[in-house]
Design a binder for this molecule. Sequence first.
Ligand code: HEM
Length: 179
Amino acid sequence: MKGIVFTEFLELVEEKFGLEMVDRIISSSKLESEGIYTSVGTYSFSEMLQLLQHLSENTGVSIDNLLLVYAEHFFSVIEKSYPGLLATYKDPIEMISSIENHIHVEVRKIYPDAELPTFEVIEKTENSLIMDYKSSRAMHHFGLGLMNKTFEHFNSTATIELEKIKEDGTQVRFIINKN
Ligand code: HEM
């Protein structure tokens, strides 16, 4: 997992819960990095999982909800860092259905060792999209948060339902309907 995902995460934890919480979740985890991340480095996903688990235990917020809120923050990082990529799109459904074949393809050019999910478009109309998410990291709520913000970015809203195809969340169907 790329360092930018860790650095932005810890910044948000500091902003929402304070520096003491950052220290607490780092010191209660077993981290090869010792909690020192650079945005271009690459770190084990198990480090993110431990940080999320400890934050969840300390705050009572579920890991899914933490990932949802974090993704909404991460979208603003994307807006700032990759304005050109977003400017390619005029419509949220067009953008979301292009993650697999365009957006994450470009991400991989910037970060060859990025660990990305796969998205398969099942059905697409002008106002709706059914898309299957697959990833061993089960970060579907991170995807949900990014999708919510994608609609907001285009001054639009949508109803997004998640249907677990696999109980462990490694395969999830997104059913998206523009409002
Ligand atoms: C992960 C970039 C749009 C879904 C990531 C990562 C980056 C990235 C850097 C982390 C990779 C790693 O840590 O190794 C971008 C950029 C985007 C974009 C620059 C837009 C310009 C989206 C959108 C979605 C999405 C709209 C909506 C579904 C995900 C998910 C992950 C991810 C779910 C977590 C990894 C996993 O589940 O395996 N993306 N992304 N991305 N991205 Fe994107």
